[in-house]
Design a binder for this molecule. Structure first.
Ligand code: ADP
Ligand code: ADP
Ligand code: MG
Length: 471
């Protein structure tokens, strides 16, 4: 079993990994850059090391991180999500230096991180993929011709894209002409690669993804699906497990498909295969070769600790479960509480948290790195808390979500919490019927009252007085 793990990440996911290490008797090492000096992951890890003043450079420096792991006697690195988690060079460097990378082999990360290469592998494995280009687009002329062949609307996508960026829908040749250079420029800026490809736009699809686990002995299983259709700008807001909109037959079909996909590429460790569903049609979209933000809801319905399994797999141990051992029970929802103002086009709202009171009670889990007095730095992701609720039935999980969102007090910044209350009230959501257009189709849900709770006004006043009095 691994003895000491360096966590190449920050925020809630770094804390999540520290927790798994602590429960398994594994020492944890945190890294941080100066704006994160007071971060919870630094306080909670067994050891921590500063990687300099720049807010980001330290977290994105493969050589420095791998060397630190070697110097501090770590036998593995957990990359979390974002940052270097899907960087094949980072994984390769770990392999070269004899530090276990907690994820698949670097060649698999490379193959899946390139979305056109991933489409090729899946096509070869007989997995249904979204219709679209074979390889990358070389010119606007090629894009126009292909769009004509597959039919509008089409999606232009960055080949190395992630986090919902570098994706544009085009409904006409005119739009395609405008968007083509834009996607190339966005891809170059965000991902350092100008490569783009095209997919048929699946209109009003559901985003259904399957959690898989695979060990170094060739065993692979799935932990059922998550429905991540509630999105804004191709980014997930509320995630649900299992999907309330799948038949048992569809569930089994898509689960088996994901396991086949993982086996086809020699996958190892935890991963997610993402699909778009339209009616009865299933299209492979991409594979994320890392732990996902929303792994929590799968943990809630199956009882499997996914990060623990990741650490066991990286130790060379076989999976703790066979497919037939995996059962699910009830429903779980995850709310990504973002430091954003939904009423202002989800603009980030960074700043000091003047008061935080965690929700609790039956079936409630909170994964976060914030605390009262914490200042959310403006350099990183705006997601500041994950609220996960579980209950036996769909109606109960909605009621529990409402109650837990009500329980929470998070003052000093604007968040998406009140907006989620509106979504939970919507009749279609309550019936369990929605697709990826739900958020843009319901702008009226943004018209909620922002009347502040009296306790919040009192606290804000106290904070202002304290600041002026120099307390
Ligand atoms: P998940 O698929 O786990 O739901 P997200 O798409 O929300 O993950 O991404 C999680 C984090 O990782 C976000 O901070 C996002 O910006 C970042 N991220 C994901 N993919 C990439 C990528 N290819 N390049 C850079 N950042 C990425
Ligand atoms: P990322 O790597 O940024 O997560 P994905 O390829 O997973 O990118 O796509 C993110 C989201 O964009 C999907 O969940 C879906 O809502 C939308 N999307 C992507 N491709 C298509 C498509 N071909 N048709 C319709 N929607 C799509
Ligand atoms: Mg995706």
């Amino acid at each position: 079993m691994l003895k000491k793990v360096l966590i190449a990440n920050r925020g809630e996911i770094a804390v999540r990994i520290v927790r798994a290490c602590a429960e398994m008797g594994i020492r944890s090492v945190a890294i941080y850059t100066e704006p994160d000096r007071y971060g919870l992951h630094v306080k909670r890890a067994d050891e921590s090391y500063s990687l300099g003043d720049d807010p980001l450079a330290g977290y994105l420096d493969p050589a420095r991180i791998v060397n630190l792991a070697v110097e501090t006697g770590c036998d593995a690195i957990h990359p979390g999500y974002g940052f270097l988690s899907e960087n094949a060079n980072f994984a390769r460097l770990c392999e070269q230096k004899g530090v276990a990378f907690i994820g698949p082999k670097s060649s698999v990360i490379h193959g899946m991180g390139d979305k056109t290469q991933a489409r090729d592998s899946m096509r070869a494995a007989g997995i249904p993929i979204t219709p679209g280009s074979e390889g990358n687009l070389d010119s606007l002329e090629e894009a126009l011709k292909l769009a004509n062949d597959i039919g509008y609307p089409v999606m232009l996508k960055a080949t190395s894209g992630g986090g919902g960026r570098g994706i544009r829908r085009c409904d006409t040749p005119q739009e395609l002409k405008v968007q083509y250079p834009r996607v190339i420029s966005e891809a170059t800026k965000a991902f350092g690669s100008a490569e783009v490809f095209m997919e048929k736009c699946i209109v009003n699809p559901r985003h259904i993804e399957v959690q898989i686990l695979a060990d170094s002995q060739g065993n692979a299983i799935h932990l059922f699906e998550r429905d991540c259709s509630i999105q804004r700008r191709n980014q997930k807001l509320i995630e649900i497990a299992p999907s309330p909109q799948l038949t048992p037959e569809q569930r089994q079909y898509i689960g088996d498909l994901a396991v086949r996909a993982a086996k086809a590429v020699g996958y190892e460790n935890a991963g997610t295969v993402e699909f778009l569903l339209s009616g009865n049609e299933v299209h492979f979209m991409e594979m994320n070769t890392r732990v996902q933000v929303e792994h929590t809801i799968t943990e809630a319905i199956t009882g499997v600790d996914i990060v623990r399994e990741q650490l066991r797999i990286a130790s060379g141990l076989p999976l703790s479960y066979r497919q037939e051992d995996i059962q699910y029970r009830g429903y779980a929802l995850q709310f990504r509480i973002n430091a954003e103002d939904p009423k202002n086009d989800f603009l980030p709202s960074f700043g000091r948290i003047t008061h935080y009171y965690a929700p609790g009670g039956p079936g409630v889990r909170v994964d976060t790195a914030i605390y009262t007095g914490y200042e959310i730095p403006p350099y990183y992701d705006s997601m500041c808390l994950k609220l996960v609720v579980w209950a036996l039935t769909w109606d109960e999980v909605i009621a529990r979500g409402k109650r837990a969102l009500d329980d929470m007090r998070l003052h000093g910044i604007k968040t998406t919490a009140n907006y989620y209350q509106q979504i939970l009230e919507h009749p279609d959501f309550r019936k369990g019927i929605f697709n990826t257009s739900f958020v843009p189709d319901h702008p009226e849900l943004l018209n909620y009252s922002t009347k502040r709770h009296p306790s919040e006004i009192a606290l804000a006043l106290a904070a202002t007085i304290a600041a002026h009095a120099g307390w």
